[in-house]
Design a protein around this ligand. Structure first.
Ligand SMILES: Nc1ncnc2c1ncn2[C@@H]1O[C@H](COP(=O)(O)OP(=O)(O)OP(=O)(O)O)[C@@H](O)[C@H]1O
Ligand SMILES: C[C@H](N)[C@H](N)CCCCCC(=O)O
Ligand SMILES: [Mg+2]
Length: 229
């Protein structure tokens, strides 16, 4: 399927300065932001470590949030082909489950999503250099999709270095960094606005928005804080 006229990419890969910085919050908001343009958008969490046992099988809350945001609604198995129970590094979770992450399985699931969507938004696991499994980097999957990368920066003390390191690695790996999203993970961080200005100068990509601290916020509402990558 060709690239939709309104955006120059078919896949965005959402990574972050760390785990728990708001990748899922930002990725679901991005799904809604693109849907505001009339695009069909699917979310994907290819490898999720940290799942609940349910009558339908293992379910991950990031994948469920991305699925809920998607339009049209994909199958869970395509959004999250690897649902690993233990909430740890995917490599360790895969070992504990006795599975290896097969890139062919990821690509097949992605292909089914892409067949019914204009854009697929893929959320990574942890930060950019956290492997998806032994010998499989997140960049390996993102490269196969020709994805543009969006970096979520958890706005807190220490994020300047984490953001610059992440951006440097993403560019060194040959990707286009489409932009970065600041996420207010700590409402007590007094230098938040000053940090956003420092990051605007320091990062080699545009700021797509700064998400407010808003526990339990509706991702459709969060989308209003974002510019289109
Ligand atoms: N802007 C925000 N306001 C309030 N709470 C937030 C915000 N962003 C994230 N959180 C909360 O912080 C926690 C971590 O966010 P999130 O799950 O999006 O991080 P993540 O980077 O996707 O983590 P993971 O690496 O596990 O995928 C969640 O409980 C989430 O609800
Ligand atoms: C379990 C957690 N919430 C994430 N889904 C996975 C985080 C992986 C971090 C890997 C690392 O240590 O860099
Ligand atoms: Mg997440």
């Amino acid at each position: 399927m060709p690239v939709p006229a309104i955006v120059p990419y078919r896949n965005l890969f959402v990574t972050g300065t760390d785990t728990s910085v708001g990748k899922t919050v930002a990725a679901t908001a991005l799904v809604h932001r693109l849907r505001l343009e009339g695009l069909r958008v699917a979310g994907m969490k290819p490898v999720a470590s940290g799942c609940e046992r349910t009558p339908d099988g293992l379910r991950n809350e990031d994948a469920l949030a991305l699925l809920a945001a998607s339009e049209p609604q994909p199958d869970y198995a395509d959004v999250n082909p690897y649902a690993l129970e233990i909430p740890t590094a995917p490599q360790l979770a895969a070992r504990a489950a006795g599975v290896r992450v097969d890139p062919g399985v990821l690509h097949a699931a992605h292909g089914r999503l892409a067949a019914r969507a204009d854009v697929v938004i893929v959320e990574g696991a942890g930060g950019w250099l956290a492997p998806m499994d032994d010998g499989l980097d997140q960049g390996d999957f993102a490269r196969a999709l020709d994805a543009w990368v969006v970096l979520v920066v958890g706005l807190r003390l220490g994020c300047l270095s984490h953001a610059r390191l992440s951006a440097r690695a993403i560019l060194a790996d040959g990707f286009k960094l489409a932009g970065w999203i600041g996420n207010t993970v700590d409402p007590a961080f007094a230098e938040r606005d000053a940090y956003v200005e420092l990051l605007r100068d320091a990062l080699p990509a545009p700021c797509l928005g700064v998400l407010p601290f808003a526990p339990g916020a509706d991702p459709a509402h969060m989308a209003e804080s974002l510019a289109l990558p």
